[in-house]
Design a protein around this ligand. Structure first.
Ligand code: MSP
Length: 518
């Protein structure tokens, strides 16, 4: 058998400076949907997430709590892992930057770049933003404040190591220009092109102002700049440069680094230049998604408006939360979160459309045939249109996923579901049931809708991975894994003799009046 094609996808590694909120959950859920979709369509997938545990901010948070940094991060990172399990995230590995396997690789790369003269020592004076852990030149400041977060900066002077980014600027620009898919969406790409054209300065890649980091191997007073440390996770987790580098050889370069728009620059300029300098292949694509916003402004602890995904999962179920996040956020654009919007989506798409199609179909099959469906008769009336749409949907969804348009992919699946609901109105099985001569037609109608439900269940499984195990028994297919696959999506595979079952509604309607009640 031919070897499966590989697909390597990563999320950013999150800062354990606090618990994660719905915005972080969005990033990881989106990456998970992409990973699961690729697995479904036959790829050998490696999906990585993790935690970015060094830096001054973490050191300080730990001190404020009277803990060592390690004690502090261990606890928060356990919370990350719990959240990902609760969200049904299918990562193959979880990398922590405090692990030996990571530190070794960061030091190796730093040493290599130093040995070849791409890292040099110099004295540096600059405006430092402590929360962002970034130095800025005077010209980059906005009204004297940090251009990223808007907070005040302080003038610091230190001996530091610098990485010769400027040397690679032209090659980097050329790479972006010659590979139109490298940065998605296009708006992000244009931003990066102008950023490089405005002139790349060498990057300060070491700090002496704090200790909680990976020491520079040949000058341990210095710790390695957090972003060099953090970005390297994408290859350290694969065992790059180690005796056993099988994963690295198999999966690198990454197919997708999925990141929020705020960190696109680190992933499309700094990271590729580090790789270029180290003589390693560049990731194939960096996708920068928009932000989950609140009407009340940015989520923050001090504002007390942080949306905790665990509470929502408890209240509405993990599949519904995943569906909402993925459907509501078009790639690249920001989207507002509100519980009203969440409940509206659940009621409209999941209860009224998807759940209802299941309920109606199973209830009618039960009522008219004790659930038994036979082979369908010849297509007539609206059958052809429904069948054509079902046949075209897998390909359409795959194409949208290739374009990273998750929201549109879901809309396409729901369009098929909507068409089937309309088909039931058009064919009116309840009327056919009254006529003893129309029993064959009645069976065909219910068969067609059951087959649509099979298609929809397979197609939606990467996005709502908990759904299939509840849906297959309703379709009487729980013991037929061969009919759960991507390859099985050719029309008419549902066997005659299938027995549909009645069950609890898949997605009960939520009364919007209960909103806000805990
Ligand atoms: N540690 C760095 C990433 C290093 S990757 C080598 C970092 N961590 S973070 O925890 O601050 O953010 C991680 C990701 O969460 C980023 O992609 C960021 O865009 C995303 N989000 C944080 N808040 C968000 C929203 N409100 N909405 C959507 N994504 C958001 O940056």
């Amino acid at each position: 058998m031919a070897e499966k094609k590989t697909f390597y996808i990563t999320t950013p590694i999150y800062y354990p400076s606090d618990n994660l909120h719905i915005g972080h959950a969005y990033t990881t859920v989106a990456a998970d949907a992409m990973a699961r979709f690729k697995r479904l369509t036959g790829y050998d997938v490696w999906f990585l997430t993790g935690s970015d545990e060094h830096g001054q901010k973490i050191e300080r948070s730990a001190r404020e709590r009277g803990q060592t940094p390690k004690e502090y991060v261990d606890k928060i990172v356990a919370g990350f892992q719990h959240l990902w399990r609760s969200l049904n995230i299918s990562n193959n590995d979880f990398i922590r930057t405090t692990e030996e396997r990571h530190k070794k690789v960061v030091q190796q790369i730093f040493q290599k770049l130093y040995d070849q003269g791409d890292i040099y020592k110099a004295s540096y004076e600059g405006w430092y933003c402590t929360p962002c852990e970034a130095f800025w030149t005077e010209s980059r400041l906005e009204e004297g404040n940090c251009p990223d977060c808007g907070r005040p900066v302080e003038l610091l002077r230190e001996e530091s190591y610098f990485f010769k980014m400027s040397k690679y600027a032209d090659r980097m620009l050329k790479h972006i220009e010659e590979n139109p898919d490298f940065i998605q969406p296009v708006s992000r790409r244009n931003e990066m092109v102008s950023f490089i054209k405005s002139g790349l300065e060498d990057l300060c890649v070491s700090r002496t102002t704090f200790n909680w980091g990976i020491p520079v191997p040949f000058d341990p007073k210095h710790v390695i700049y957090v972003w060099v440390d953090a970005l390297t996770n994408y290859i350290s987790a694969l065992g790059y440069g180690q005796e056993n580098d099988e994963l690295y050889r198999k999966y690198w370069p990454a197919d997708i680094h999925l990141v929020g728009k705020d960190i696109v620059r680190f992933h499309t300029i700094i990271w590729p230049i580090i790789l270029m300098a180290a003589g390693l292949p560049l990731p194939k694509q960096v996708v920068g998604h928009g932000w989950v916003l609140l009407e009340s402004g940015k989520m923050s602890k001090s504002r007390g408006n942080v949306v905790d995904p665990l509470i929502l999962i408890d209240k509405y179920g993990v599949d519904a939360i995943r569906y909402f996040l993925l459907r509501e956020m078009p790639l690249g654009a920001d989207a507002y979160y509100s519980e009203e919007a969440l409940v509206h989506r659940i009621n409209q798409d999941l209860a009224n459309d998807f759940g209802n199609l299941f309920n109606r179909t199973c209830a009618m099959a039960y009522k008219y045939f004790k659930g038994h469906l036979s082979e369908p008769g010849r297509p007539e009336g609206p059958d052809g249109e429904l069948i054509d749409l079902a046949r075209g949907t897998p390909g359409a969804v795959e194409e949208l996923m290739e374009r990273r348009e998750i929201s549109n992919a879901l809309a396409t699946i729901l369009r098929l579901v909507g068409r089937a609901n309309k088909y039931l109105e058009e064919t009116a099985p309840w009327a056919l049931a009254k006529d003893p001569e129309k029993q064959g037609r009645l069976n065909t109608v219910l068969y067609n809708v059951a087959e649509v439900l099979r298609f929809a269940t397979v197609l939606i499984s990467p996005f709502m991975p908990g759904l299939p195990e509840r849906a297959w028994p309703l379709l009487g297919l729980e013991d037929k894994p061969e009919l759960h696959t991507w390859e099985s999506l050719s029309w008419g595979k549902l066997p005659g003799g299938t027995v549909l079952k009645r069950g609890e509604p898949l997605f009960p309607r939520i009364d919007p009046a209960t909103l806000g009640e805990e």
